[in-house]
Design a protein around this ligand. Structure first.
Ligand code: HEM
Length: 443
């Protein structure tokens, strides 16, 4: 693979539709094939031209300069229909103020409090598991992360039914967002089943969220969570966030924090099912550290191998696999001058599967992440949580939650793959393993 910086047009485009079919049918294979063609590769989705950054250096440049390469393009156009202009979707201008307002919710002290709630929710869900039972792993992980989001970030007001409705509608929104991102604009407005499902899900999630906000305003109690913090926040003019702004942030945190961590966990359980030796090493580690009890905040620092398993899972199956940006001024990348308004794509999946960065890139090897092995990786090579000012605000939260969940499950259960079952990545707004059923065996 060449190390020179080249800008080229991707091969295999069709008249009118460009690379749309490849993106719809086999997006991961298509993306992973692009670095062999150049460092900056032009693709066409319908009639729209976009540039995919295919090397770590350009990925780093795009992520580092959030003013020049701002949030925008088809992914964020769709996301803004759902999320409005919350922390993840707002433009560079208002971003710093929002981030400053919300960052304290992820301080070390707050994370220690969240960890207690994570362990409690985990214990409750695992208490319903039975020896020999076959579970839908993704649904089970969704249940855990939804409960954790509900209890730590927003609300004590949601009934289990409302919580399930919210999860269901947000999943439908994410599913619809990806399809609508690739569709021509006129199709996204047509009376199709996918659009009807999308609009219905948006109304349900809106009604539930405004319900939570009203309940908080009404009781006036500080629940010590993110929503209480946002309700109390005042900007430099002393103004509070409006209901719409609050709704955008609530949606943002639900969407960004629930399905992503559940996907990471489901993939890690799948990979451990496929790699019994690695599974045994996790068991040995958690048996030594936990001795059968639920993992807590202070255990995480001693769960080295478990953490490496999660890091390797994030490399192979990054839940956020594709994002778009738009450059706000003319920019030169890979010797190519791109006018303002050009759509750029970056993909953690594509970068993480580059063989020159990760030898035998499709192979699951948690020991790649031993400290002395990672020193040669260039900037922009490890991007499961993005980078720069728009790096995931929930990265430590997610790793904490995933480590507690994976360690506690492994301490108590062995999850066996079903003979002959095939699990494939299903790339939508997040990268999900489908289908994934496994049999529980009590340890
Ligand atoms: C394994 C789990 C997670 C993964 C892989 C993940 C990944 C990402 C990525 C790649 C971005 C950057 C997107 C871009 O560059 O356009 C991002 C942003 C974000 N994430 Fe996460 N995330 C995870 C968990 C969470 C959690 C648990 C929360 C909240 C509790 C969260 C909240 C956010 C928010 C609010 C942003 C926008 C940050 C900003 O623009 O300032 N994420 N995440």
């Amino acid at each position: 693979m060449t190390l020179t910086t080249r800008a080229v047009v991707a091969s295999g485009g069709w008249p009118l539709v460009g690379h749309t079919l490849a993106l719809l049918r086999r997006p991961l294979e298509f993306l992973a094939s692009l670095p062999a063609q150049g460092d900056l590769v032009e693709i066409r989705v319908g009639l729209q031209r976009m540039w995919v950054v295919c090397c770590p250096d350009l990925t780093h440049r795009v992520l580092r300069d959030g003013r020049a390469f701002d949030k925008g393009g088809p992914f964020f156009d769709q996301m803004r229909i759902i999320l409005g202009h919350g922390l993840g979707t707002c433009a560079h201008g208002p971003h710093q103020r929002q981030r400053r307002l919300l960052q304290p919710a992820f301080s070390r002290d707050r994370l220690a409090v969240y960890a207690t709630e994570m362990s409690r929710q985990l214990d409750t869900v695992l208490g319903t598991w039975r020896d020999g039972q076959v579970i839908d792993v993704l649904a089970a992980m969704d249940e855990i992360t939804t409960r954790v989001s509900a209890r730590t970030l927003f609300t004590t007001h949601l009934s289990p039914q409302q919580s399930a409705d919210l999860l269901h509608s947000l999943t439908a929104l994410l599913e619809g967002a990806f399809l609508r991102m690739i569709m021509p604009t006129w199709l996204a407005r047509a009376p199709l089943a996918v659009n009807r499902r999308f609009n219905r899900a948006l109304s349900t999630a809106d009604a539930l969220t405004y319900g939570i906000i009203n309940a908080y305003r009404h009781d006036g109690v500080d629940h010590g969570d993110l929503l209480s913090m946002m309700l109390a926040a005042r900007d430099e003019h002393g103004d509070a966030l409006t209901d719409t702004e609050l709704r955008d942030q609530v949606f943002t945190f639900w969407l960004a924090g629930t399905e992503t961590t559940a996907s990471l966990l489901a993939w890690s359980l799948h990979l451990l099912g496929q790699h019994p030796q690695a599974a045994r090493r996790v068991q040995t580690e958690v048996d030594g550290v936990l001795g059968g009890r639920v993992a807590g905040h202070d255990d995480v620092a001693r769960l080295d191998y478990t953490t490496r398993v999660l890091t390797e899972t994030l490399r192979l199956y990054p839940p956020g696999w594709l994002f778009t940006r738009v450059n706000t001024t003319e920019a030169t990348l890979a010797d190519r001058t791109l006018p303002a308004g050009t759509v750029l794509l970056y993909s953690p999946y594509l970068i993480h599967r580059r063989g020159d960065l990760y030898p035998d890139p499709d192979h699951f090897d948690p020991d790649r992440w031993l400290p002395d092995h990672t020193t040669t990786l260039p900037r922009g090579a490890v991007v499961p949580f993005g980078g720069g000012a728009r790096r995931c605000i929930g990265d430590t939260f997610a790793m904490l939650e995933a480590t507690l969940v994976l360690a506690t499950i492994t301490a108590r259960w062995q999850l066996d793959p079903l003979p002959g079952a095939i699990t494939r990545p299903r790339p939508r707004a997040t990268l999900r393993p489908r289908p994934l059923h496994m049999r529980l065996r009590q340890r």
